[in-house]
Design a protein around this ligand. Structure first.
Ligand SMILES: Nc1ncnc2c1ncn2[C@@H]1O[C@H](COP(=O)(O)OP(=O)(O)OP(=O)(O)O)[C@@H](O)[C@H]1O
Length: 365
């Protein structure tokens, strides 16, 4: 299969800092990939290597099967035929919207007459056909980012690269522009890679999300798979997949707070475990009916639901959404769909939990 983007063994160091520690990636044509991770994990460095703005120490990058970077080979950014959108728009303030969008075509030597229909097409695609003669400074942040998008697609790039394209916008605008960009990507069958530290932005725009931590890819998956089946506790935490708790597996089952569940690890592991309790697996019930008992220590009305903070018998905290709940300070029960639990051993290896026939759920405390 020929990929729009293929990366193999990419390494990059800045002195003692390992920015990229062996990246392997393949992106089919027509897909959007988000590079997601905390600050300093290497996202921007990876994007800059793809763009040709930075040189890797080792490894290869192929675009549509063409090698654009390898030891001893570096195709310039202009020769890679990419479109770029930056966080701060990077528009030229002294040029009109039209001139900004026409610029990549001018650089490619396209004659003014031939430029016009392409610029008009790009501006109409982003809904700014009537703004061609304005200066960028006379536009809102969202409009400026749409000009940047028009400029990035005007030359029909083979790959669109975006660096935190929505982070300078306020929340409402972020959502509407995310919808617009997603619509545009589908309409024009664009292939895109974008960088973000915000999982909502990654989930909204991407077909696949690559989670980076300390220069290494931790998981590359669809947004749904990443959210429902995170590979490590750190990823579960980063994508806010639910509550992470400590537990323990022993001969008597799985201990969580003051409860012991009749479960065991398929591999026979016993010892400390890290558990993910997804929100969808938890349901509030009467104090004596649930598998877990808790006290309501925080209660926020958020329109569609109540956002609850619960404290278990051992002091650990748990988050839950509910349509109704007693007041703060009340004791409640929590029903748990144990099939949705995810558990990792003390070295962050995923465990396969199964029912433990010999024991039943009991309170330990
Ligand atoms: N030009 C540079 N010189 C020295 N170190 C650098 C340079 N650029 C990046 N680094 C280091 O490389 C690592 C990865 O940086 P990078 O900018 O790729 O991370 P990031 O995930 O994009 O972070 P952020 O979200 O904060 O932009 C960091 O530790 C950073 O300090």
């Amino acid at each position: 299969m020929k990929y729009a983007l293929q990366i193999a063994g990419l390494h990059k160091r800045f002195g003692d800092t390992l920015a990229l520690g062996g990246i392997d990636l393949a992106l089919p044509r027509g897909q959007v990939l988000a590079l997601l991770g905390p600050s300093g994990c290497g996202k921007t460095t990876l994007l800059r290597c793809i763009a040709g703005l930075a040189d890797a120490d080792d490894g290869e990058i192929h675009l549509d099967g063409e090698c654009v970077a390898a030891p001893g080979r570096h195709l310039s950014p202009d020769d890679r035929r990419l479109g770029m959108v930056f966080q701060d728009y990077a528009l030229w303030p002294h040029m009109s919207v039209y001139q900004n969008v026409a610029f990549p075509l001018e650089m490619q030597g396209v004659k003014p007459n031939a430029r016009r229909p392409q610029v008009e097409w790009a501006l109409s695609v982003v809904g700014l056909a009537d703004y061609a003669e304005r200066a960028p400074g006379a536009l809102s942040g969202g409009q400026q980012q749409r000009v940047a998008l028009a400029r990035a697609i005007v030359a029909r790039p083979r790959l669109l690269l975006m660096d935190e394209p929505l982070s300078n916008l306020d929340k409402g605008l972020r959502e509407s522009l995310a919808l617009e960009i997603r619509g545009l990507i589908e309409e024009l069958s664009l292939t895109a890679v974008f960088v973000t530290h915000d999982q909502h932005e990654a989930f909204a725009l991407a077909d696949r999300v690559a989670v980076l931590q300390q220069g290494r890819l931790q998981q590359v998956d669809s947004p749904e798979a990443l959210f429902h089946t995170p590979a490590t506790p750190a990823i579960a935490d980063f994508v806010d997949a639910g509550t992470l708790l400590d537990g323990r597996l022993d001969a008597h089952g799985l201990a969580i707070a003051d409860t012991r569940l009749p479960m065991a690890a398929a591999c026979g592991y016993r010892g400390d475990v890290r558990l993910l309790l997804p929100r969808r697996a938890l349901r509030l019930c009467a104090p004596d009916d649930g598998l877990l008992r808790a006290r309501i220590t925080g209660r926020l009305f958020q329109g569609e639901h109540l956002s609850l903070q619960l404290t278990l018998a051992d002091g650990s905290a748990l988050k839950l959404h509910a349509s109704h709940a007693p007041e703060r300070g009340c004791q409640v029960g929590i029903d748990l769909d144990v099939t949705a639990l995810r558990a990792w051993d003390d070295r962050a290896h995923l465990l396969d939990l199964m029912p433990h026939a010999d024991v039943t759920a009991t309170a330990t405390g």
